[in-house]
Structure formats: C-alpha cells, structure tokens
Design a protein around this ligand. Structure first.
Ligand code: DX5
Ligand code: ZN
Length: 220
C-alpha cells in the first residue's frame, strides 16, 4: 500500500486561533499543513501571506505546503521560504517562465510543484518532470473552500499517476478540493497519495475522528 498523507487546509480553520488550530490538527494526525495563498487577482479571494506562515511555523513540526494562487509568482517565493515553507506549488499559467520558477523554489530550499486546475492541460508537465517534487491536481476551481469535488478530475488523477510512474521519479500526487471521507478512497484508487481537506476536517468539532475515518477509507 502506498504511504498516504492527509494535508488539512487551514483555509477552513479559525483564523483567530490559528496557532492552536494547527497544533490541534497535527495532534489529530495531520501529516502536512496545507496553506492556501490567494491574491484577489489570480483567484477572486484574498487570504494569507508569508507573515502568517512565519507565525504558525513554530507551532508545528510537519511540513508546511504553500499553495500559491497568485500572479505573478516569483517575487513571493523567497519570502515564503524564509517564513518556513517546505513545499511551494504554483499554477503554471500564472508564471511567465515555469522552468525558472520551479528552479527558484528549489534554490530557496523548498520542494517544488505545479498545480493544475480542472481545465488546465497537462502539457505543462512535458519538459519539467525532473524539476518536480509534487504535482497538485485541483478537484474544484480554485478560490474557495467548501466546494464540491468535480468527478471528471478522477480521470486526470489517473493520467498524472501514469505519467509519474512512467517517469520513474519520486513525485507526490496531491489532490485538492472537495475531499471528504466518502470520496477519498476514489481519489486514492485513481492514484493520489496526498489529500488536502479543508472544510471536511475543520468543519467538524473532532478533527481526529475525521482524519481516522479518512485513514480507514484509505486502508480499504
Ligand atoms: C481552494 C483551495 C483548497 C481548499 C480546500 O482554492 O486550494 O485548498 O481550501 O477546501 P475544501 O476541502 O473545503 O474543498
Ligand atoms: Zn489549496
């Protein structure tokens, strides 16, 4: 069985108590903290930046996975690296020079990845597989938590799984958007190994119960 990782998105956490929220969700079994950065330009919403990343960094030991929904991308990368990010992903159509941005992320000491919206073609992968540590597939259109999983993205997960396997490289395959206890197994069967979940976890009072239920589904 592949090793699966659960990555709660703090977009649905209580921002007034963020330190406590990230500690609690890690104590409940989270493997990664997913950190959604929205700029009111690339996506129609505005969230959090490097200062907040820096503020939560001392509260948890697990990797912080920064999902950049911003345009332009490059100027904010070093700031997140300094703020303690471990993984930085961005949307290829938001960067003028995808290869350069991936290299910039690695040069700043972070794992690098590309994010694909439901309708973004995968051809961006063609020449950069050797620069990727992670591929993030959106199963909703980016911008908001609490949306419904788009079923046709399962086919895309399977297509990317095939590309990763054919490459022979160790690249994480993360899925983001509308992941719940009742569809996480389908996403895993399609080939994902890392699961972002915001509202499914932070929307319930008992984070451990949700994460345990997700792991039970993944063990099927
Ligand atoms: C959407 C974000 C997601 C979002 C997931 O643009 O990238 O990470 O927070 O939230 P849920 O799990 O509620 O769909
Ligand atoms: Zn995200």
């Amino acid at each position: 069985m592949p090793s699966y990782r659960i990555a709660p998105s703090i977009l649905s956490a209580d921002f007034a108590r963020l330190g406590e929220e990230v500690r609690n969700v890690v104590a409940a079994g989270a493997d990664i903290i997913h950190f959604d950065v929205m700029d009111n330009h690339y996506v129609p919403n505005l969230t959090i930046g490097p200062l907040v990343c820096e503020a939560i960094r001392p509260h948890v030991q697990v990797p912080i996975d920064v999902h950049l929904m911003v345009k332009p991308v490059d100027r904010i990368v070093p700031d997140f690296a300094k703020a303690g990010a471990n993984i930085i992903t961005f949307h290829p159509e938001a960067s003028e020079h995808v290869d350069r941005t991936l290299q910039l992320i690695r040069d700043n000491g972070c794992k690098a990845g590309l994010v694909f919206n439901p309708a973004t073609p995968l051809h961006y992968l063609e020449h950069v597989m050797d620069k990727l540590d992670i591929i993030l597939l959106m199963s909703v259109n980016p911008g908001f938590g609490g949306q419904s999983f788009i079923p046709h993205t399962l086919k895309k997960i399977a297509a990317v799984r095939k590309l990763i396997d054919e490459s022979g490289r160790d690249i994480m395959l993360e899925v983001d958007g509308g992941i719940k206890v009742d569809n996480i197994e389908a996403a895993a069967r399609a080939g994902a190994d890392t699961f972002v979940a915001g509202s499914a976890i932070f929307g319930k009072p008992d984070y451990k119960a949700v994460i345990d239920a997700m792991r039970n589904e993944l063990a099927k």
